[in-house]
Every structure is written in C-alpha cells, then in structure tokens.
Write a protein that binds this ligand. Structure first.
Ligand code: GLC
Length: 433
C-alpha cells in the first residue's frame, strides 16, 4: 500500500487495512517451538468469554480517536505537549474494574502503551521520558490498574504496541537502521518492565508490530524477532496468554471489528474485539453506542462459535468511562445475571450455528440453544443428538414441548415464549456429550 493511498483513508478504513495480518479462522505469524500455551493453561481464558478492552492515553484529550496523532499529522514535539495537560482527576481503576464486573466481564486489557508511544507507567526504558510518572500526571496508572484487578481477582491484561510513531524508523526502517534498533530496544525494555513489575499478568495483547504501514506483523519479524521477545516474556510470566500480533503466531486468533460473527464453530481459541462506541477505540465525541441487544447478540454468536468477546471502552481525558457507557454495560450484566449459565465455562456446539437462527453451547449434561430473531417458525428443528434428551425448558424453568427422533430434535416455542434478542432453550441430556 502506498503512502498516498493510506493518506486518503479514514481512521477505520486504514485500521482495518492494516489488519490484513489478521485473518479470521487461521493463524499467520512465525512459529516458536514450545512457546504456545497448552489447552490446560488456556482453559481459564476459553471459559471467561467476555472481557473489557480499554483504550486510554493522551489521545483522549483531542478526543478524536487513538490514531489522532497520525491522521492529523501532529508533529512529535507538539503531540508531546498533551502530556502536560494529562492530569486525569477522575481516574479510579477500581471504578473501571467495578464497571467491568457489573457487565459480567471476567478479564480486562488496558492499553499500557499505544502507537503514540506514551507509556501509562513508570517506564525506565521510555524514549524521551514519555511516560505518565515523568510528566504532569505523576502517576503509575498501570500499577493502579493491575492492583485494582488483583484485589478482586479480575484477570489482568495489558495491551502493548511494539511500533511507535515517534521513531522515523517506523516509517522507513531500512533508511534508519540505528533508529530502528532504538525503537526495538524500547520495545524489549518496556515489555520486560510490564512483565516483571506488576505481579501476575494474564494477557499480553500486542498490536502494531507491522512497519511502515505495510505488510503484516510477521513480515516485520526480521526487526522485532518476536520469538526472542516472547521467550523473554515467558521467563517472567510463563502462563500469560499472548495475542497473535507481535509477529509470533500467539496463543489465540483475533477478529477485529463490529461485523457479525457468522459461519461454523472455530476449533481453536479466538477472540473478537470491537467497540462499544464507534467510530474509534480511543475516546471520541461522537456517540454511536451499541445497544444492549446488539452486544448480547454478538456475545451469543461469538461464544456459539467458540470465541471470546473483548468489548472496548474509551475513557475520557479525566479517566472516566462515559456514564451512559457504564450504564449500557450494566444492562448486559443484568442479562448475564439471568443467562450467564449458558455462556461462561461452556463449549460451542454440539450443533453447528445456523446464521441468524440459532447457535449452541454446552457443559456436562446440558445444552443451551440461543434462538435468534431470524427463526420465524414456532418449531425449532435441530440436528440429531447422540444422547437422549430428558428435559427441555426455557431457562426460567418453563417446560417446552419437544420430540426427539433419530433424525432430529424438534422444540416448540410459542410466540409468547420468545425473548429479545434471543431465547435460551435448555436441554438436559441423559449423559454428557
Ligand atoms: C488496530 C488499530 C488500533 C487498535 C486496535 C484494536 O490495530 O491500529 O488503534 O488499538 O486495532 O484491535
């Protein structure tokens, strides 16, 4: 992609173009012997299903998304001045954790450092003292956040961007080899700090290991040496779950954006990340907030295909998640209070999803079918099961009429038994699948 082409693009277009390294349902990235976690070590992650992504940094001040510095072509020294103004009065990590808990979210991932290079912690390796303890805020936000998570047993994740727009080498790595080494040194130093000084880290979410707006993260592996980088990470955090965006294949796959999850079950760990509020990950003044039903539908569709949902919020410059976003998350939490049994700790299947009609999860002897609006008929026809169904109910306990044969399973749902955005049908089997 040429520079001129990218310049014409808007934030979302470019961001998704850059994601040509993320191919849904398949892993790219260099391999690294023995680096990937076992299914057993991944079990907590595949069980939790729903997490909070937080994009927060200096870009909350201009309030035009986390790509602001790049798109508005703000010179490095000028952008750095935002650090003088960054004194977030209302930052309270406990409130963030509480908001995530109220939403039924069971892990969190905070942008410790995004592509603008500003580190939210006390970072000795930062290039040019660009971190929150050495500028006006004088606070280590990563310390406060990790502590707040640890206090309540919230699984704790950190996002980190290896590349940094402040380095000319990001744009022209071959032309500035020494500068490229400096940028790499910062990356290794900062990743080490994050992995060593903040207790147990459950997720390390890399993003942005590509170079010069071209190619994939794996194409830039010649610079970052992601296997070496993550071998170091495993030394400090042997069980941390690592995203696929450092150029190494990672422990899970990512699917980025609010497009619907469709198609069959994916049989390796994957995560959809998306925005509660479009059009950017970082705070913006436009408010296109997803509805509760859209979020629940997304969750059900992703979980029914074996994935997790990492839903993003963008706190404002003072550190507040906008109150109506918190409220929206609480509504999702209320749905999960009632129906979370059909989500957490389940596996996708046994039925393959039928787009817009239903998808299913199961645990032990119970199968949960999430029936969606696209099913218009009063009869839900499911493929045959190799276990006898001994009960079929709504999650409220109301019995449903059903008929099981060798060929199929039919469940009758009266119109007044349907719920928005989905009806959860519970099947109890004679034995586990
Ligand atoms: C893209 C964007 C970035 C955002 C990320 C979230 O890679 O560059 O701004 O943090 O997606 O997945």
């Amino acid at each position: 992609m040429s520079e001129t082409q990218t310049e014409k693009m808007t934030g979302d277009e470019l961001a998704s173009k850059l994601k040509n390294n993320v191919v849904f349902r398949r892993r790219e990235g260099v391999k690294g012997d023995g680096l990937r976690l076992s299914a057993e070590d991944m079990a907590w992650w595949t069980d939790v299903k729903f997490g909070m992504f937080i994009h927060w940094g200096l870009y909350a001040i201009p309030a035009d998304g986390e790509w602001y510095m790049h798109f508005a072509k703000v010179p490095v020294e000028q952008y750095a001045k935002y650090a003088d103004e960054f004194i977030p009065k209302h930052f309270d990590a406990k409130e963030w954790v509480q908001a995530a808990q109220n939403a039924g979210m069971r892990y969190m991932v905070l942008t410790a450092r995004h592509h603008d290079g500003f580190a939210l912690w006390d970072s000795p390796s930062t290039y040019n003292n660009f971190c929150s303890t050495k500028t006006s805020a004088k606070r280590d936000f990563v310390a406060e956040y990790t502590q707040a998570c640890h206090e309540v047993g919230m699984r704790t994740g950190l996002y980190f961007s290896p590349m940094d727009w402040r380095f000319p080498a990001y744009f022209k790595p071959q032309e500035f080899p020494e500068n490229a080494q400096l940028m790499k040194q910062q990356c290794y130093g900062q990743v080490e700090e994050l992995m060593r000084h903040y207790g147990k880290i459950d997720v390390l979410w890399y993003d942005g290991a590509w170079l010069a707006h071209e190619g994939s993260d794996a194409d830039a592996a010649w610079l970052w040496e992601p296997v070496k980088l993550n071998t170091m990470v495993r030394k400090y955090q042997p069980k941390v779950v690592i995203s696929p965006r450092s150029g190494w294949e990672g422990d899970f796959g990512t699917d980025e954006g609010g497009h619907a999850a469709a198609g069959p079950i994916i049989d390796w760990p994957w995560e959809k990340c998306l925005n509660l509020n479009s059009p950017s990950w970082g705070f913006n003044n436009e408010q296109q907030v997803m509805t509760r039903d859209e979020i629940v539908r997304m969750l059900v569709n992703v979980v029914g295909r074996g994935g997790n949902v990492l839903l993003n919020v963008g706190p404002d410059r003072e550190g507040r998640i906008p109150p109506h976003h918190v409220e929206r998350l609480r509504e999702v939490g209320a749905w999960l209070d009632r129906f979370g049994k059909s989500i957490y700790g389940t596996k996708a299947g046994p039925f393959q999803p039928v787009d817009n009609q239903y998808c299913a999860t199961h645990r032990d002897r119970t199968v949960y079918v999430h029936v969606l609006d696209g099913l218009k008929s009063a009869t839900l026809v499911l493929p045959a099961l190799n276990a006898k169904v001994v009960a079929c109910t709504l999650m409220s306990g109301d019995a449903l009429r059903f008929a099981q044969s060798e060929k199929q399973l039919e469940v009758t749902l009266q119109p007044d038994q349907r719920q928005t955005p989905c009806t959860v049908v519970e099947l109890t089997l004679e034995h586990s699948l």
